[in-house]
Design a protein around this ligand. Sequence first.
Ligand code: B1H
Length: 838
Amino acid sequence: AEKAKWPKETVELWERLSKKEANDVETVQKSIVHHVTTTLARAAYNMDNFSAYQAVALSTRDRLISRWNETQGQLSKADPKRVYYLSLEFLLGRSMDNALLNMGLKGTYGKGVEQLGFNMEDVIESEVDAALGNGGLGRLAACYMDSLATLDYPAWGYGLRYNYGIFQQRIVDGYQTEYPDYWLNFDNPWELPRLDISIQISFGGHVQSIQDEYGVTRHNWIPAQSVQAIAYDVPIPGYDTENCNNIRLWRSKPTKTFDLTSFNEGNYEKSVEDATNAEKITSVLYPNDNTMAGKELRLKQQYFWTAASLHDIVRRFKKSRREWSDFPDQVAIQLNDTHPTLAIVELQRLLVDEEMLSWDDAWEIVTKTFAFTNHTVLPEAMEKWSVPMFEYLLPRHLQIIFDINLFFLQKVEKKFPNDRGLLNRMSIIEEAQPQQIRMAHLAVVGSHKVNGVAALHSNLIKTTIFKDFVDYYGEDKFVNKTNGITPRRWLHQANPKLSKLISDTLGSDKWLKDLSLLKKLTTKIDNAEFRKSWMAIKRHNKVRLAELIKIRCNVEVSPDALFDVQVKRIHEYKRQFMNILAVIHRYRTIKSMTASQKASVQPRVVIFGGKAAPGYYIAKLVIKLINSVAAVVNQDPAVGDLLKVVFIPDYNVSVAEVIVPASDISQHISTAGTEASGTSNMKFVLNGGLIIGTMDGANIEILEEIGEENIFIFGCLAHEVEDLRHAQRYRGVPMDPALQGVISAIEKGVFEDPKIFQPLISTLTVGKDFYLISADFASYIAANQAVDTAYKNQEEWSKKSIRCTANMGKFSSDRSVKEYADDIWGIKSYPIVDEGHM
Ligand code: B1H
């Protein structure tokens, strides 16, 4: 039915009945009870925390959906330029608490739920994490979606709806074991299945070349198989705004027509097999942080996702009936790392093969549309696809890549004639056996802007992996966009007591949308009463973490000890190994002390957490070593409470929300030049936790903001790394003597059978210590001692802690996202008008 054709009464009836729900406690309770009795088919007497969660979630979701509808309706009409954020990972964590806080309904729902006989915190904690990401890159995408919605930017995320997110980690006999993440087992209220939005995605086959009536050669891809992409929409509400953005996640399903042909041919088994293969595409998230897997299924995921997303974007654009040349004025596409680089090729294919544009017109549209974020310089993370595998799956796309490369190299040759070496280095195709497609080169060539994620990293990529491209394109194409984090989740939600103290002190909660306002906290530093409240909150958070440690590790830790945290993916470049080696050094030092010497030792709890990629043998051995050291240290009466070591299993977003507010000091100790940015460093400092770190990634900018008196910096600098490695390899630099002592202790069997750890120790043997643990060890130990000394002066420490929080304004993801919008995407915010509709 069309509204225009309806009688006046019908229109009025609809208007009256679609008024927004009121925000009072009773309305909220009615909606919760309604969902209990109808959607869940339960009654008050057979409910537990989880069913309470389900009902509250469904009620929250109703309100999210009406905001989502209103936003998307108004944006469809206005049709402003939008940004599409393509990310293979969205590490969202839990949604309910965040949605209620962002919509300003936490208080009302809290009251309503308590009156109904449930504890709101228990209800919130019944939700399972949406863990569709590995680590920093995926969580960054989630923070950016929060900021885009909060700042009223017209933005959509596009990703995959994995049946299994990042694996669950359990520790068995000190070793990591992996278990599947059945996150969809109990239904997911935070998604809207759009079964009507289905797109056919094809693979394989061959290319037919034909001359059209003008004598132009046209290429026709005749695929061999196809699957369908079904849309699932995840509403993302902004904070303190009506605006509600969308993340569209694609799920693979067998195509109906394809099934039928197989069935009709009487090949039942084959048709079932094909159906299973189709479902497989979006079955599992690849669990490799900062490494490339190179599996055929991963390439299928990437094409499936980029093709479905582009089809959707193009369909939306076509509704506006504009010229193709207007496409870049309506659409900005951000590539989150090289994972979605195929979108560049797919758009070129659509424009040339299907829309019949000329190659050059199409390529101009493509390069004006895309921009590319690089997140790493580690060689093992650089995406490359073997040409034969690629050709088998995507024959037409391979031709297009070869053409893009040919035209590109012709231009390079024109600008820098007779330099074969240069052409070889810049080529999108690496001449190996077999040939490899360098996705980073393709992403640079197909984008109008390339950015790194922290100042040091953005400079580094200009002098290393993309140096030739800077010489060719000029400096302006390469920019920095320092990462940020959302203060809504990482302070307001994770640390409600500190959030309240800050709002009470500043006289409003405006700082949640303008984080630079935190600076005003500086005026309170000399107020002893304020410092006391500040430290009391830290202690409260430490008690909460101690409870979690008791439950997960069965270790009692004292909240009066210094809490020292390193939580992040386990990777050699992040040097958890160096941390545990220094812990062994600390243990040995304490063991050698007299009772009176021990009296002056600062008690410390060293807290580790993080997942290792299932195939990363050395990283898994680091976890085993941490657990072996913990087992010995924690039961040694000679040490007692002076040192405790714990490994918290299954670190994820929700665990981070407990750990981050509770740290006194956290460790960000990557070899200089290896950690592109890091984002947990920002989260800890924002919550008044000091950090110890190297001059790497965003640590450098944090230092600039908070001042060198408030951060513990050690270790070699990025520009020294190359020489140090060279010296070690060719001049045989001896191992640091303290480190030598630690290694001997492990080899003597102080921590279980030393044979277990031999492969780990081998990574350090002279000439091999690639991550420079030995070179940095002495300064690392010294920095840790400086931490102990500083912590003993609690008054001074509390001042440092306040200064940390007060100076973190720069690291709000609102700042990052604004910079992207202004400098790269060219989009403006479009606030939604509240028309009182449901
Ligand atoms: C980061 C990755 C990454 N950089 C490949 N690169 C992946 C690479 O599944 N894969 O194939 C997954 C992840 N992740 C991180 O990005 C950086 O190491 C951090 O330093 C940075 O803070 C974060 C966000 O920019």
